[in-house]
Design a protein around this ligand. Structure first.
Ligand SMILES: [Zn+2]
Length: 181
């Protein structure tokens, strides 16, 4: 499944019509590797370049619609839940892809409806977007991590940032990639 197929699946899981081939609105700060912050903040730059994509708002039936609390998040891959860790808004679910053993999908800012070790099919429910706890607008963060995952001490954001044997790749091209090469 590539990124476009995944966003179609996401919108359909939430009863939202798929009206555009590129329904998500991306502005500076939401993209992979971006250094700026897209929400109103005293922070001008991110502490680290953005590790993935932020899905914030999409083109729906009645114009641009922000992502809402309770928005259903589904898995873009068939795989196994190998981690659930806190993030600065809610929790992050780590799903190791079955087809690419070295690839893990991270879905962040979610209230998980899955447990560690659970097997998921493509499109299976993972959780919902959490109710707001800060003034950061609700959004789904999507990352694709590749490399020697066994070198991670634990599936946490702290460990992934200080482990040289793993790296993030762009979800736009990396979601359907089956190996590191
Ligand atoms: Zn993000």
């Amino acid at each position: 499944m590539d990124f476009d197929q995944y966003v179609k699946l996401l919108l359909e899981a939430n009863g939202q019509a798929f009206r555009s081939s590129s329904p998500w609105i991306f502005t500076d700060g939401m993209g992979f590797g971006d250094e700026s912050v897209w929400w109103p903040s005293k922070l001008k730059v991110r502490p680290v370049p953005h590790e993935g994509l932020d899905l914030v708002s999409f083109r729906g039936d009645f114009g641009v619609k922000p992502l809402f609390a309770g928005f259903r998040v589904v898995s873009p891959v068939a795989g196994v839940v190998v981690g659930i860790c806190p993030d600065f808004l809610a929790e992050t679910v780590w799903i190791r892809s079955e087809t690419g053993v070295k690839k893990v999908i991270l879905l962040a800012h979610v209230d998980p409806a899955v447990t560690l070790g659970q097997r998921l099919g493509c499109g299976d429910p993972v959780g919902v977007i959490s109710y707001p706890v800060t003034n950061v607008p609700l959004h789904l963060h999507l990352s694709v991590l590749v490399g020697a995952l066994q070198s991670l001490p634990a599936m946490t954001w702290e460990d992934v940032h200080c482990t040289a044997q793993v790296k993030f790749i762009s979800p736009l091209s990396g979601l359907h990639r089956d190996s590191q090469s």
